[in-house]
Ligand binder design. Structure first.
Ligand SMILES: [Zn+2]
Length: 510
């Protein structure tokens, strides 16, 4: 950060933030370049309709991107609001507040909150998918552990992804801190200070600056690829379950659940958010039960109450055989109020066999809402038939008619699975009016100085325009959040990366 930018920093706020970082386990999670990319990709995955139209608005895209970073800001200021913001109880509380405060047709104030909510929920869903499917494969295939790079595997893969997709300038920080702050009290038992939220939002931006900066250095990228050949090598692989390109469709489907909630529909009857298959298709399934590639995964439309899970709720049977369930371990990856379920075989799948997974009631969401439908889909160890996938079923996808979709998702030949995403998804979206001007110069062209200079300008612009866009009590951040003394950045990111790993272990231990 150039010296003249340091003068823009509110030193008092920084002392507070760094002090908190040094005294607590919290950390700014890396991966926020990826979070922004996924949110944008999820807009592309939405079917045309009111929500698609809303999230494509030019004025709302920076707000969506701010929401996509928002949860990790809490780690940066060592406040529980960060963790809480990752999960459905808070997403629904925010959605219900929006519904109680505004009514369709949505005003601009309401639309800003909706965009922020959607970004925030995209972040939470992405973390579940990545941690629950992608990272177990990384730990299987990569010799080096999560901590083998300075900012962990999260930071390394974020940089690798930025190097592939091109740098994206951080959005001007924006957060509806005054409105969000009181919503935490019922969940945390204590209020959160709006200024703390604003500070966190300013700090989290620097994960993107960091990814941009590292992505512009081929030596750093090559080093990460050497340290984590599988994780960095598959970060952009749509056939690797849990990789960022597999998130957008599930996020878009979850947005439809939240959109229904905003319109008063609270039923636990929406389609699965997604099914995830090794190799991107439910065919030629890996047999080896000791390898996480043998797992079959799906994401539920509501966060679950695992205590209501019975052996009969999620059953795997072999087609053509009797209906005796195949022994599997059912793992609701993050436990209470999480969505991702991994079906882990206890013995190898059989060669040239097809299987059906049935998810049936009674099963409750974390808040006691009973699941009202049965979901069925299949997979096979047989080779993929010629022509399969030419027509993609939308039975479990996010279209408007999803709520009316058939109760059953057909077996492999019709299962929508994860058909993959065009490699140029981000670029394609960027070509649309609402998402234009998000991408900065390419990684190959940018330099450390240019990235930093851009950020400094952005901070100044943010301060200049802070009075004009907030509305309804929403507030732009002060410039303090957008200018970090360069010497403090590595320390900040290091602590943030460590905190995310602590969070992950705590979640899995609980
Ligand atoms: Zn996170």
């Amino acid at each position: 950060m150039p010296e003249n930018s340091i003068s823009q920093v509110r030193r008092g706020a920084w002392c507070l933030a760094i002090g908190l970082l040094l005294t607590g386990p919290a950390a700014l999670a890396n991966g926020n370049y990826t979070h922004g990319w996924v949110a944008i990709d999820a807009v592309r995955q939405l079917p045309s309709g009111d929500l698609h139209t809303l999230l494509n608005r030019v004025d709302l895209m920076p707000i969506l991107r701010n929401g996509a970073m928002f949860p990790d800001g809490g780690y940066a200021v060592n406040d529980e609001y960060g963790e809480t913001s990752h999960w459905e109880p808070f997403h629904l509380a925010y959605a219900d507040w929006i519904r109680a405060t505004f009514q369709p047709p949505w005003t601009d104030d309401a639309a800003r909150h909706i965009a922020f909510l959607m970004g925030m929920s995209a972040h939470g869903m992405s973390d579940q998918l990545y941690d629950g499917m992608f990272l177990p494969r990384h730990r299987f295939y990569d010799v080096n552990g999560d901590d083998a790079a300075p900012y962990g595997v999260d930071g390394a893969t974020d940089t690798c992804f930025a190097a592939i997709k091109g740098t994206i300038e951080p959005p001007e920080p924006w957060v509806p801190a005054e409105e969000l702050a009181p919503l935490y009290e019922p969940l945390l038992g204590h209020p959160v200070d709006a200024e703390t939220i604003r500070l966190g939002q300013g700090l989290v931006t620097f994960a993107i600056v960091h990814a941009n900066t590292e992505a512009s250095d081929p030596t750093i990228v090559a080093g990460y690829l050497q340290t984590f050949p599988w994780a960095c090598g598959h970060q952009d692989d749509p056939d690797a379950p849990g990789s960022p390109p597999t998130h957008g469709r599930a996020v878009a489907a979850y947005w439809k659940v939240l959109w229904a909630r905003l319109h008063g529909d609270t039923a636990f009857d929406k389609p699965l958010l997604g099914t995830f298959f090794t190799g991107g298709a439910p065919w030629s399934y890996p047999l080896d039960s000791s390898n996480p590639d043998s797992w079959v995964s799906f994401a539920m439309p509501r966060g679950l109450a695992p205590s209501t899970l019975l052996p009969t709720n999620i059953v795997v049977t072999r087609d053509g055989e009797d209906t005796v369930p195949i022994p599997v371990n059912i793992s609701v990856h993050y436990g209470l109020h999480s969505h991702l379920v991994n079906v882990q075989p206890k013995q190898d799948w059989v060669q040239d066999a097809s299987y059906t997974i049935t998810i049936s009631p009674p099963l409750d969401s974390w808040d006691g809402m009973p699941m009202q439908r049965t979901y069925v889909f299949g997979f096979s160890t047989l080779p993929q038939p010629a022509g399969w996938g030419d027509e993609i079923s939308t039975a479990d996808g996010p279209p408007d008619e999803a709520a009316e979709a058939s109760e059953e998702i057909a077996n492999p030949a019709d299962a929508s699975g994860d058909e993959g995403f065009p490699a140029d998804a981000f670029e394609a979206v960027s070509d649309t009016g609402g998402l234009a001007d998000l991408s900065g110069e390419s990684a190959a062209e940018s330099t450390d100085d240019s990235v930093r200079a851009d950020t400094g300008e952005s901070a100044a612009d943010s301060a200049e325009t802070s009075g004009g866009k907030g509305g309804g009590g929403c507030s732009m951040l002060p410039d303090a959040g957008s200018a970090v003394p360069g010497a403090l950045l590595p320390c900040l990111l290091l602590l943030l990366a460590a905190a995310r790993r602590v969070r992950r272990r705590c979640q899995l231990d609980s």
